[in-house]
Design a protein around this ligand. Structure first.
Ligand SMILES: [Zn+2]
Ligand SMILES: [Zn+2]
Length: 351
């Protein structure tokens, strides 16, 4: 096991905690020193190797896990929130998360196992998914198999993260920014302290640093799908939320971004511009595809992905349909697409 710890100066460190069998490689867990002890931003995937790496990383920063005062979670995904329960158990640290993601954690923990499959089946049927795609889900439902995700054992947070407010961290100025889109309760955390390295930050140093979670990454476009709430009545617009959140982060223009994957980077505004342009291009391509009426499934199949549709694995196709639906909802909200009246499964066309 190699521990990759980076000293970002000014009482900020990052620990690269591995995510098993995942092309992302690792989660960058950040450690922030405060007058009451170190606080973690995210914790990493719940796996013995990842735990050992986290423990070794905290030690390399000059602390013991038992010293940890608190845990701030950017969003509920298992590569960020996975080890929170273990950290709390080992240290007594509190765990804080935005209420909208805490609601997801609670729902996942309490859901009857078949509930997710029922939701997925209903959703894919409405999208016009072919029979051969639905059959495995029906079989799993009949066999009584549920959704087995690490999220079912995830820790319930002890406190909320209030957007816009300074967090109660003695000796630090850290403000929460609600950035929904990737998840409904995603937050970025803005360290409103002058950047400690003038040579990196330049004139922007006074605008501090941003812990961006999965919201803003240097070389990856975060997945924007649906919020996957079985009670969602098609009212949410995650892509719209995401683009709004991106613009707000761009206006903040922090001197440096400390994301939860890949590496730290400068020029947040430039990266925000690239991501907005990417989604705008995607939306206009989708609108072009809808000159011919299509179901959501047909739209997903016709869209551009990182590989041809027939090479996309089964589970990833479901994720692709969610992403297609997020884009479609945005087009409908903007008045650029509409449902063909009376169509079943629902068919959409450009307006
Ligand atoms: Zn995520
Ligand atoms: Zn992530």
């Amino acid at each position: 096991m190699t521990t990759q710890v980076t000293d970002h100066r000014g009482g900020v460190w990052s620990i690269a905690v591995p995510i098993p069998d995942n092309p992302l490689g690792h989660t960058l867990v950040h450690l922030l020193e405060t007058d009451r002890g170190p606080v973690l931003i995210d914790t990493g995937w719940d796996d013995p190797d990842s735990w050992d790496t986290l423990v070794a990383g905290v030690t390399a920063c000059g602390y013991a896990v038992a010293d940890l005062h608190g845990v701030l979670i950017t969003h509920h995904h298992p590569d960020h929130h996975g080890l929170s329960a273990k950290v709390r158990e080992a240290s007594g640290a509190w765990i804080a998360m935005h209420a909208a993601d805490t609601a997801v954690v609670r729902r996942t923990r309490e859901a009857e196992p078949g509930r997710w499959l029922d939701y997925l089946l209903a959703k894919l049927t409405a999208a016009g998914a072919p029979e051969d795609h639905l059959t495995p889900l029906r079989e799993a439902r009949t066999a009584g198999r549920g959704r087995r995700l690490p999220g079912r054992r995830a820790a319930l947070p002890d406190r909320g993260i209030e957007p816009g407010e300074l967090l109660d961290l003695p000796g630090r100025r850290l403000r929460a920014l609600w950035t929904p889109g990737h998840t409904p309760g995603h937050v970025c955390l803005h360290l409103e302290e002058r950047h400690p390295a003038p040579e990196t930050a330049g004139a922007a140093g006074g605008r501090g640093r941003l812990f961006s979670g999965d919201h803003l990454l240097p070389g990856i476009t975060p997945h924007i799908g649906l919020y996957e709430d079985p009670d969602d009545r098609e009212s949410t617009d995650p892509l719209g939320d995401y683009l709004d959140s991106l613009e707000r982060v761009g206006r903040l223009a922090p001197a440096e971004v400390l994301p939860a994957h890949q590496h730290a980077f400068t020029d947040a505004e430039g990266r925000v511009g690239e991501l907005i342009a990417h989604h705008e291009e995607r939306l206009s391509k989708l609108r072009a595809l809808l000159r011919e009426p299509r179901t959501l499934w047909q739209l997903a199949v016709a869209m551009e992905w990182n590989r041809p549709w027939d090479r996309i694995p089964y589970g990833s196709r479901n994720i692709a349909v969610s992403e297609a639906e997020a884009h479609l909802r945005r087009l409908v909200k903007l008045g650029h697409a509409e449902r063909v009246p009376g169509s079943d499964p629902a068919t959409y066309r450009a307006v």
